[in-house]
Design a protein. Structure first.
Length: 295
């Protein structure tokens, strides 16, 4: 079966009339694209559209995503979810995995921080959303800018300065899972230093969160790893800054106005949130809650 349907094929697949298909296209209610004068409909996008409840028999309610924020782990976000009493849980599996769960309707939002192999990362998050199929109806909300870097033992006994010195020293590096934002940052740092993964002494299996990386360093299993300044401070480790990055929340537009997300966003504008961000360290929440992009 083709991955791209014509109008008549989409009508047969959805068991609708061609007239109804054209009506949905005219109202912008169905995922489609126009190529050389013809409307084409990606089958995978139609499947997600149907399952999301955007097209449903009369009297049935759209299927709501569970109240879970997937994606990347962040100490300030974890605290805010609890303190805001928004009713949203946290499932930390990495930025790319969070986006895949959002596409499948398994989470209400994804927390992400993406990185390019070269160039400025300022718009890396919004660009990946615009380029990813299945995220055509999303809104990107700023949570914070935060500082990422290398965590090392107190007093930095190996004299690590950057990723090149990690490779040269043979230091044991605690890596993160494939698709995690910190792992994407590591790949970008290797590319900029003209190094390969094979140049590093990587510990396996990967560590799920920055806090797990910190614990590995404290126990002596690892010498270093990438995480945020807030994680380093909490664990009593030294911190070598690499970059200030955007940490954003991605919601479906229809879910953005639900009680949980709105309660969290309201809390993000509170003095309590800003004070706590300062206490954690390594956060800039000046623009928290602002819309960074709409698809």
């Amino acid at each position: 079966m083709s991955e791209l349907f014509t109008t008549d094929e989409a009508a047969v697949y959805l068991r609708l009339s061609e007239r109804k298909i054209y009506e949905l296209v005219a109202n912008g209610e169905i995922p489609c694209t126009k190529v050389t004068g013809r409307w084409l409909f990606p089958r995978a996008a139609l499947d997600r559209w149907v399952l999301s409840g955007l097209i449903a028999p009369p009297g049935t309610a759209p299927v709501e995503a569970p109240p879970i924020i997937g994606g990347s782990h962040d100490p300030l976000l974890e605290w805010a979810l609890r303190e805001s009493q928004c009713g949203l849980a946290n499932l930390s599996e990495g930025s790319e995995q969070g986006l895949q769960r959002l596409i499948r309707g398994e989470v209400i939002a994804a927390a992400i921080h993406m990185h390019r192999l070269d160039g400025d990362d300022e718009y890396a998050n919004t660009e990946i959303i615009a380029q990813t199929q299945g995220l055509h109806d999303t809104v990107v909300i700023a949570f914070a800018r935060r500082q990422q870097g290398l965590l090392v033992a107190p007093k930095n006994p190996l004299g690590i300065k950057d990723i090149a010195s990690v490779a040269k020293s043979g230091a044991k590096l605690a890596q993160r899972p494939h698709g995690a934002g910190a792992q994407l940052l590591l790949v970008a740092q290797l590319a900029r230093a003209n190094l390969a993964r094979e140049n590093l002494n990587l510990i396996t299996p990967p560590f799920p969160t920055g806090q797990d990386v910190a614990q590995a360093i404290r126990s002596g299993r690892a010498d270093c790893g990438i995480a945020t300044l807030s994680v380093a401070r909490t664990a009593g480790l030294d911190f070598l800054p690499i970059v200030w990055e955007r940490f954003d929340l991605v919601f479906r537009q229809r879910d953005y106005f639900r009680h949980g997300p709105q309660a969290l966003l309201k809390f993000m504008h509170s003095p309590t949130f800003r004070v706590r961000a300062k206490e954690f360290g390594g956060y800039d929440v000046e623009f928290a809650g602002e819309v960074r992009g709409v698809q």
